[in-house]
Design a protein around this ligand. Sequence first.
Ligand SMILES: NC(=O)c1ccc[n+]([C@@H]2O[C@H](COP(=O)([O-])OP(=O)(O)OC[C@H]3O[C@@H](n4cnc5c(N)ncnc54)[C@H](OP(=O)(O)O)[C@@H]3O)[C@@H](O)[C@H]2O)c1
Length: 275
Amino acid sequence: MITGKTKIIGIFGDPIEHTLSPLIHNEAFSYLGLDYCYVAFNVKKDKLKEATEAIRALNIRGVNITVPHKETVIQYIDEVSDEAKNIGAVNTILNNEGILKGFNTDVNGFILSLKDEGISIKNKNFLILGAGGAAKAIVYGILKEGGKVYIYNRTPSKALAIKEKFKKFGFIEIVEMDKSVTEKIDVIVNATSLGLKKDDPMPLNPELIKPEHVYCDIVYPETPLMREAEQIGCKVVGGIGMLLWQAAFAFKIWTEVEAPIEIMKKTLNKLLTKD
Ligand SMILES: NC(=O)c1ccc[n+]([C@@H]2O[C@H](COP(=O)([O-])OP(=O)(O)OC[C@H]3O[C@@H](n4cnc5c(N)ncnc54)[C@H](OP(=O)(O)O)[C@@H]3O)[C@@H](O)[C@H]2O)c1
């Protein structure tokens, strides 16, 4: 029940109507009997400053930040975690008595989604497809965990920018897409936005995938290339794990309580297998 004491958590994004975050978090709050309520706010680019100031004015406990605000929101908050600073993107804000601190839980969200499936990162060779916002968090996480990154993007200048930004954290090389590259790879990660729409091209020619590869896709629920990789015989990891774990880390930041992972997982699976 929402009362005068209920603490408010939000998410700022545009578009936002599709977000699963309110459902995951509200289910978790209710399961643990925590007096919180999570709501989605459609925040346009030109209203982000006012919306961020409103976190203080309305005494909102915290928010998630999603597309297209993860980078631009940094200028409006008071503190930024080292991780978020290094990536240049914030997906979670905590309001601690009027001080707004930004975090990036996508990094550990991705790492935990792999570890949860028994996939180790240290000294492994990762092929990252894409060089957008999500790819930055993923590349940073892999390098921090001691993995090696080979990156391919349709627009090479963006891959180059990622290499320049992150080379101080470990091994990172830009590649063209051919067999000589995929042969040395352990884990392939689709961090492009391809795979959701029916007419999307494949982010990688399936002929370059071998049964020994782990194939990981951050697009969810399931992409055509995930199905191809499964048929080839790969171990396949979908994007639901990253979604789940980034939510779990944000939950802990706001409530200081461990997130009920199994409940969140069940909620997500129920939502994504609905139709
Ligand atoms: N599972 C999770 O928790 C989670 C978390 C974050 C994001 N995601 C998903 O990850 C995806 C990427 O998110 P983002 O924020 O990184 O998006 P973004 O910043 O817009 O980046 C999109 C990437 O996809 C590439 N791309 C788009 N269309 C392409 C095409 N036709 N051919 C080749 N490459 C193409 C872009 O290449 P160019 O640079 O050449 O344009 C760019 O590298 C989204 O679907 C998002 O929903 C999932």
